[in-house]
Design a protein around this ligand. Structure first.
Ligand SMILES: Nc1ncnc2c1ncn2[C@@H]1O[C@H](COP(=O)(O)OP(=O)(O)OP(=O)(O)O)[C@@H](O)[C@H]1O
Ligand SMILES: [Mg+2]
Length: 130
């Protein structure tokens, strides 16, 4: 085992100096008010994540909930396409403002940040990981 640097964030050792548990959650914007999060994930492509996310969101919106979709697919984002959104996301002093679908769903996707929505997102691994 290498010498302790007292920096637990970059160390995997389970020693007595560890001050865990540490949350890996990224805090949302202070202006955000998020009640529940439903993750739609798969280890395989093309199995219906986008379709299920879109239908779930629309169904809940119809039930009167305030719904937003965070498209976490940063290499093949298709949520904006599913909702016919072509405008870019706005920004203000508090941060980025999601686009709105015709039904009023808040939508955020990497596609809304690209110069042209058809631009390829060619990012190197370390940038994506960050
Ligand atoms: N339950 C289903 N029955 C039939 N076709 C479906 C079903 N769910 C999704 N599809 C179709 O399968 C294709 C892939 O669906 P979708 O884009 O939602 O998958 P995905 O998991 O988001 O894909 P990707 O990994 O590329 O993001 C689409 O053409 C979609 O219409
Ligand atoms: Mg998809």
């Amino acid at each position: 085992m290498s010498e302790c640097t007292h920096d637990c964030s970059s160390c995997g050792s389970d020693c007595g100096s560890r001050t865990e548990p540490q949350s890996l959650l990224e805090q949302p914007n202070k202006m955000s008010n998020i009640g529940k999060v439903i993750g739609v994930v798969s280890g395989k492509g093309g199995v219906g994540k986008t379709l299920v996310s879109s239908l779930l969101a629309v169904s809940m919106q119809r039930l009167g909930k305030n719904v937003g979709i965070m498209d976490a697919d940063i290499t093949g984002p298709s949520i904006p396409k599913a909702f016919g959104i072509h405008q870019k996301a706005d920004a203000c002093e508090f941060g980025i403002i999601p686009a709105k679908s015709k039904m009023g769903l808040d939508i955020m996707s990497i596609n809304l940040l690209l110069e042209n929505e058809s631009d390829p997102v060619v990012w190197r691994g370390p940038v994506i990981a960050g």
